[in-house]
Design a binder for this molecule. Structure first.
Ligand code: CA
Ligand code: CA
Length: 722
């Protein structure tokens, strides 16, 4: 059995997901983690003689192996690594909700300290695409931003929601890293520098991502799921009732391939095969796991897997030696396996007995006894499934309807549907009461997002008196835009908002895309030009019209800018369009956005600057008042001293009030920035390829220069020049 080669007890409580290891002097590895008190501790077991004492770094008292770094704000992410390739030592990067600090621990100096208004929820350090210098990339309030060692942001882009996890991985196998970003809208997005090259929809917030090997990466969700993707295809996943706190790729059984190591909220650590998800090793801490890293922590030339708990327990594991033959589990695990297998044997025996019973019943039925309706159904029984849009006027909640029926006198006892992201949980069971049994079941489905969903259906078919049922298994795909019902053009007024672009494909291809991506009663045909097809949203009754004329010009009319973006992305990928320039106008949305931009962001920025300046002045005044009051005390001038401290008291109160306003102001500013970042993201989603990247960077420049008019011009036209 694999046992830890070292254990440590650190006298600090560690924040979950904020553990890293760095060689700050280029040689000696130091375990580094954020603590709950806004501090970062650095465990340095190798250099006992070295002493730190500066404004940031303090020696950790009794616990002389650790030093404490004062951040004075709660830490939201940290990492360590090479930021300056000319130097051999790692830098420490610490992110908070307002700042990013790059710190040279060895030389006790700030490399840079940047204000980041969108906050830093996640951080990764390394090489991205063709950008020559390593970047410290942070993910915050709908944005991604990468800084070089001088603190220049060489990389900036927007993403669909708050970023919660980041990883660098060569997704497409071209030898250069892409950035994987997991966010609160359940999407994993892959950025080739600032261009999105893939998007995978998951079913919960993505809390962790890690590169495995090749194009394979691990992920964890807020609902206890962990798994592995190879490019955009999910290999496997498992779901636990605990939360995955940290994931890491490490070859623990020495077979040359990394396992996915997961640290769980209940203190469990497990290592799973990257191919199957099978557990090959597990261990337990007494408290939640905080982080998992790897390093040669004993400095003997062998890498260890290092796991830390939130209570400060640390264990290091060496990869299994050859004599263990990949068998990392203890005897208990073998017993578990035997128990597991005997359970399986029991189930198989039970199944066998069922078959025997059934054949007995069948035989007796043939002999003229019984009604022949227990368990056996006619061999030609078929299960039919249909998907349709249900907008019956009597229906309060229009929905997509799944209709399942048998074509003979059999009945459907129950239906089980497995699908991601459309039910509360991942499965849905329909189980009609005994007097309601029939050969048909209708199931309403309301997908919350416009993504294609596979419905894995299991239907139990038999007769009213059956004890056993035949199970039909089949899979149906719900098309991406199934929540839009076909309408006759011209029945309602057209939405004033639109996006328009030109494609070189024939209209038949566009019609084919519609038939595949919408739920239409029968295939749409293009009988005359221009083509005009109208839909209505089942979610809010909003209108959508898609027109195409003989010049290949397509106009999408909808008030929903997100829907317009989804349609453009879906159509462009179907037609394999690499670059698409789009003109758009969304008057209602733009008016709302302009209000926020002009009145609020401007206002908040100036208030913010004024308050910051005031606070700096006040802090200087505090210092001089304090010195004066103390001088007065030493001179025995109690009246002046009292006066000084009274003034100090008042000033302190002002400062606290100012701080409160600033806090409030910052929260409101964040909300507004989120709106602005989302607008940039939406402007990007209306375009494809280069025009998309150009729109995003032009929008950002416009915001930086406070040029609101230019921003709207860009969002409308796709560029500033036209
Ligand atoms: Ca690549
Ligand atoms: Ca392995």
């Amino acid at each position: 059995m694999l046992v830890p080669v070292f254990t440590l007890k650190l006298n600090h409580r560690i924040n979950p997901r904020m553990v890293t290891v760095g060689k700050y002097d280029g040689t000696h590895p130091c375990l580094t983690a954020a603590t709950q008190a806004g501090k970062v501790f650095i465990h340095n077991p190798h250099i006992r003689s070295q002493r730190f004492a500066t404004n940031r770094l303090l020696q950790g008292g009794l616990d002389c192996d650790t030093s404490l770094l004062n951040i004075n704000q709660s830490v939201s992410c940290l990492t360590a690594g090479i930021l300056d390739p000319r130097l051999g030592n790692d830098m420490l990067l610490v992110g908070t909700q307002t700042n990013l600090l790059a710190y040279d621990v060895h030389n006790n100096s700030d490399v840079f300290y940047k204000e980041v208004t969108d906050g830093a929820n996640a951080i990764v350090l390394g090489q991205l695409g063709e950008i020559p210098s390593p970047l410290a990339i942070i993910g915050g309030n709908c944005t991604l931003q990468g800084f070089d060692l001088e603190g220049n942001d060489l990389f900036w882009t927007v993403t669909g929601d708050n970023v919660r996890s980041l990883a660098l991985s060569d997704f497409d196998g071209d030898g250069k890293n892409e950035l994987l970003a997991g966010s609160e809208d359940f999407d994993i997005r892959v950025f080739k520098e600032d261009e999105i090259m893939a998007e995978m929809s998951e079913t919960e917030t993505i809390t962790a991502l890690c590169h495995m090997h090749g194009s394979r990466f691990g992920y964890a969700l807020a609902n206890g799921t962990v798994g592995v993707y190879d490019r955009s295809t999910r290999y496997w996943r498992i779901k636990s009732k605990n939360h995955a706190m940290s994931i890491h790729a490490f070859d623990l059984n020495s077979d040359g391939v990394c396992e996915l190591i997961t640290g769980w909220s209940n203190g469990k650590i497990d290592a799973r095969s990257d191919r199957t998800g099978e557990v090959i090793f597990k261990d337990n801490f007494t408290s939640s796991v905080a982080g998992i890293v790897e390093e040669d922590y004993r400095m003997d030339g062998q890498m260890q897997l290092i796991c830390c708990s939130i209570e400060g327990d640390v264990r290091g594991y060496l990869p299994a030696g050859r004599e263990m033959k990949g068998n990392l589990m203890d005897a208990n695990a073998e017993q578990d396996l035997i128990r597991d297998l005997s359970q399986r044997k029991q189930n198989l025996l039970l199944e066998l007995r069922n078959y025997e019973e059934n054949s007995k019943v069948a035989l007796s039925a043939l002999g003229g006894e019984g009604d022949g309706q227990i368990g056996i159904i006619p061999a030609n029984t078929q299960l039919q499934t249909g998907l349709s849009v249900n907008i019956d006027s009597t229906n309060q909640n229009p929905n997509v309807e799944l209709n399942i029926s048998t074509l003979n006198d059999t009945i459907i006892r129950a239906v089980l549907i497995f699908a991601e992201g459309i039910f509360d949980g991942e499965s849905h069971v329909v189980h009609p009461s005994a007097h309601n049994l029939s050969g048909q079941i209708r199931i309403p489905i309301i997908p919350p997002k416009d993504v294609p969903v596979d419905l894995h259906i299991k239907a139990f078919v038999g007769y009213r008196n059956s004890i056993q049922f035949h199970v039909f298994e089949l899979t149906r795909q719900l098309p991406r835009f199934s929540m839009y019902a076909l309408r006759t053009p011209g029945t309602t007024s057209e939405p004033p908002s639109y996006a328009t672009f030109t494609v070189s494909d024939r209209v038949q291809r566009v019609v084919m895309w519609m038939n595949q991506n919408f739920l239409v009663p029968e295939d749409i045909e293009c009988l005359s030009m221009p083509l005009e097809v109208c839909f209505m949203s089942l979610r809010n009754g909003g209108q959508l019209s898609i027109k195409m004329n003989t010049n290949g010009e397509i106009t999408i009319r909808t008030e929903d800018i997100d829907l317009a973006g989804e349609i453009i992305q879906s159509l462009a990928s179907f037609l394999a369009i690499e670059d698409l320039q789009v003109e758009a106008d969304f008057p209602a949305y733009f008016a709302e956005l302009r209000q926020i931009l002009v009145q609020v962001v401007d206002g908040y920025h100036s208030v913010h600057q004024k308050l910051t300046a005031e606070m700096a002045d006040h802090s200087n005044l505090v210092r001089s008042l304090l010195v004066r009051a103390e001088d007065a005390r030493l001179m025995g001038d109690m009246r002046s001293m009292k006066k000084g401290y009274m003034e100090l008291y008042d000033l302190n109160r002002d400062l606290i009030n100012g701080y409160k306003i600033r806090c409030n102001n910052h929260t409101q500013l964040l909300t507004c920035l989120r709106v602005v970042n989302l607008a940039i993201q939406r402007a990007g989603r209306l375009r494809v390829g280069k025009p998309k990247t150009q729109v995003i960077s032009a929008c950002r420049d416009a915001i930086k220069n406070n040029n609101v008019n230019a921003l709207f011009k860009i969002i409308r036209a796709g560029s500033t020049s036209s």
